[in-house]
Design a protein around this ligand. Structure first.
Ligand code: GDP
Ligand code: CA
Length: 314
């Protein structure tokens, strides 16, 4: 059995960890493939940074910093201070020393002519992830945010401005010419179920869906597609994704995001939608199941994974 997840960074990583745990407990022969957003990627200080791929990798490798919520555990920031002294990079975007090791390795592979998929395979082979990490595209697609008077990289808007600078919209630079990776298309085609993680619907899942070829693959797959709401009780669970939804005119509610994704029977994405029990009584455009959606620890995340597979009747 092949389980395929569409994932952003931190929210997707937590969910993926729960799915891996559930599979280990109940379906040890199942194969987990994770298609990861690359729209937050960028060149900085001469290095290729892939935040969502790294969030998923560090989390599955148990090398992530639980407390801070991102990056490596036991991180130090000596090299970053040196870069700042040279005026290289962004002073408000700290690159930890261990994290820099990953970025240097990746950039080295890319400069040798490897694709992001090949570089990712090399980098992830170091860790015991129990899952295959698949960049949605090897093309450089970067999410930019349109604001009054200009445009900035998503990462600058998110990290430097804490998403408070009013966003007028999002542009995926380079998306028209982008090509989905063969591995992403195969993971959707060959899946027994596709799970849409409770990730940012706009800049994580939205970017994945915008890569040419992905929507067609999702429409064509025989696998049921089950989405998990990143919104509980009208609020984002962690982070600032509500600013992204507001910018594209979608309310921060579980029914509004379901309507935004759409029912597959009506030409949309989803066969089933999981919402939290507090959102059970709302009406939905997609067949909906209400279960606890808070991923507090490994057990609650694994239970959520089990509920998602049950919604797919697996
Ligand atoms: P990012 O790329 O690091 O921003 O992470 P993602 O796009 O994968 O996920 C961000 C989303 O995860 C946020 O919108 C949160 O609402 C959602 N999220 C985080 N923790 C939880 C949780 O425990 N339960 C649910 N349902 N959603 C969560
Ligand atoms: Ca992200």
């Amino acid at each position: 059995m092949i389980i395929t997840i569409l994932s952003g960074g931190v929210g997707g990583a937590r969910f993926a960890r729960g799915v891996r745990e559930h599979l280990r407990r109940s379906l040890p022969d199942a194969e987990l493939r994770i298609i990861v957003n690359t729209g937050d990627d960028m060149w900085l200080a001469g290095l290729r940074i892939t935040p969502d791929l790294d969030s998923v990798m560090y989390t599955l490798a148990r090398a992530n910093d639980e407390e801070r919520g991102w990056g490596r555990i036991g991180e130090t920031e000596r090299a970053s201070a040196e870069l700042n002294a040279y005026g290289v990079g962004w002073p408000w975007f700290t690159l930890g020393d261990l994290d820099l090791g990953t970025h240097i390795a990746r950039s080295s592979f890319l400069r040798d002519g490897q694709t992001l998929s090949q570089a990712t395979a090399r980098i992830t082979s170091r860790w015991d992830l129990g899952a295959l990490l698949i960049p949605v595209t090897d093309s450089e697609v970067e999410t930019h945010v349109t604001v009054e008077g200009g445009e900035l990289h998503f990462q600058e808007w998110w990290t430097r401005h804490r998403a408070r600078l009013p966003a007028l919209g999002f542009v995926q630079r380079g998306i028209e010419g982008a090509v989905a990776t063969d591995a992403a298309l195969a993971a959707i085609r060959d899946a027994d179920v596709v799970l849409v993680a409770p990730s940012n619907p706009v800049v994580s899942i939205g970017t994945i869906l915008g890569i040419p070829g992905i929507r067609d693959a999702l429409a064509a797959t025989a696998a049921p597609i089950v989405g998990v709401s990143p919104i509980i009780g009208g609020a984002i669970v962690r982070g600032m994704a509500d600013a992204c939804l507001t910018a594209i005119g979608v309310e921060t509610t579980a029914p509004a995001v379901a309507a935004h994704y759409g029912a597959r029977s009506a030409g949309g994405l989803l066969d089933a939608w999981l919402v939290d029990t507090v959102d059970a009584s709302a009406s939905y455009d997609v067949p909906t199941t209400a279960v606890p959606l808070w991923m507090r620890d490994l057990d609650t995340s694994a239970q959520l994974a089990s509920d998602a597979l049950a919604a797919a009747r697996l």
